[in-house]
Design a binder for this molecule. Structure first.
Ligand code: NAD
Ligand code: DAU
Length: 330
């Protein structure tokens, strides 16, 4: 098997590459990544049987050549941060929609298997007291430029399956945490703010709930779907990890030896989704998938240790990221 992983130098994509490299030692992996501000070649350096093509998923010629030499494609490449999509939506339309279109056309031309990576945000948000969770049947109702372009990309995949018989599956996962996540995202931002002697920043009242999953568990779910998922199907990936942002910040502060209320409230994100919650029973029951990281506090402690031990990795991103946040008052 030679596997093409688009976006394989980003946070989740590179975790998936390391996961597959470990779990399927006979496979070759080609990482296809533009290395935008969010990608880092160091994330996949030094791995035998892993090569890197630096190119854009919107570049039809480069993508076609890469897809032609591989047996299957896992498509992670995307613009991924909601706050950026509110400031500058065009790259989201380009990469998430046009990029996915190019991936679909390339796998169609070459008859290759595709797994498309998506997000629970396509379903919109839930009330805090709603007993319902997202299932593969939940209607799409995205809120932001980011989530609407991801929703559009899922619909393109569904259309290419039905109209052209493309052999594809889709997964929609909840919020990931773990090492190698860009410091613009919630958990690494707070950890590195504390390491830099500043206070964590909570949007609004901090009541918003996210359903946390360790990125390793996302990777094992994707591999299970790639190998054993039913073609044309959508699987939701989540590990029953619902927590309010306030509780997460308090936990980070406590684990880092600070007072749990030593954070500040900043202006809320416009259109901020209130709550996400995943029902992953289809993945569990059909494919026997189980998350390994069930103890969020232990996973968070290991993540904090990783950022403490790897300032050389995150330091180059930090200043520009905080300057961007300062410009928008968050
Ligand atoms: P990330 O921003 O860390 O990584 C994105 C990667 O894609 C980077 O390496 C970047 O260089 C690459 N990329 C961006 N534009 C590209 C282009 N035009 N051509 C080629 N490569 C390009 O994102 P992430 O958090 O690792 O998310 C990866 C995927 O998982 C995305 O599709 C995202 O929607 C999805 N997802 C993320 C989460 C989460 O919690 N972060 C949850 C569910 C689903
Ligand atoms: O649900 C899956 C999605 O999770 C993925 O599709 C996205 O790619 C990923 O970025 C993530 O989206 P969120 O918007 O939920 O993640 P973010 O890390 O930006 O924020 C998590 C929560 O924390 C959200 O409610 C906003 C809040 N927040 C964020 C930052 C950066 C803060 O309170 N303070 C902050 O400084």
């Amino acid at each position: 098997m030679r596997l093409l992983v688009t976006g394989g130098a980003g946070f989740i994509g590179s975790n998936f590459v390391r996961h597959v490299h470990r779990e399927r030692p006979e496979w070759e992996i080609v990482v296809y990544d533009l290395l935008t501000y969010a990608g880092d070649r160091r994330n996949v350096e030094g791995l035998e049987r892993v090569s890197l093509v630096q190119a854009d998923v919107c570049d039809e010629g480069a993508l076609d050549a890469a897809v032609a030499m591989c047996d299957a494609v896992v498509h992670f490449a995307a613009e991924s941060h909601n706050d950026n999509s509110l400031e500058s939506p065009l790259p989201f339309v380009q990469t998430n929609l046009v990029g996915t279109y190019q991936v679909l056309e390339a796998v169609r031309r070459h008859g290759r298997r595709l797994h498309h990576i998506s997000t629970d945000e396509v379903y919109g948000d839930l009330a805090l007291d709603d007993p319902a969770r997202f299932t593969p049947e939940t209607a799409y109702n995205p809120s932001s430029p980011y989530s609407s372009t991801k929703a559009g990309s899922d619909l393109l995949v569904r259309a290419w399956v039905r109209s052209f018989g493309v052999a594809a599956t889709i997964s929609n996962c909840s919020n990931n945490y773990g090492p190698y996540q860009h410091v613009e995202k919630f958990i690494p931002r707070q950890i590195t703010e504390i390491l830099d002697g500043r206070r964590p920043k909570l949007y609004g009242a901090g009541e918003n709930v996210r359903d946390w999953i360790h990125t390793e568990d996302h990777s094992s779910g994707v591999l299970a779907i790639l190998e054993r998922g039913r073609l044309g199907e959508t699987y939701l990936i989540g590990a029953d990890g619902e927590l309010s942002n306030r509780r997460v910040v308090e936990l980070i502060l406590r684990l880092m030896g600070c007072k749990p209320d030593d954070y500040e409230h900043v202006t809320d994100r416009p259109g901020h989704d209130l709550r996400y919650a995943i029902d992953a029973s289809k993945l569990r029951e059909e494919l026997g998938w189980r998350p390994r990281y069930r103890d969020f506090e232990a996973g968070l402690e290991a993540t904090i240790a990783w950022y403490r031990e790897n300032p050389d990795w995150w330091r180059p991103q930090k200043e520009a990221t905080e300057a961007r946040y300062q410009a928008i008052g968050r």
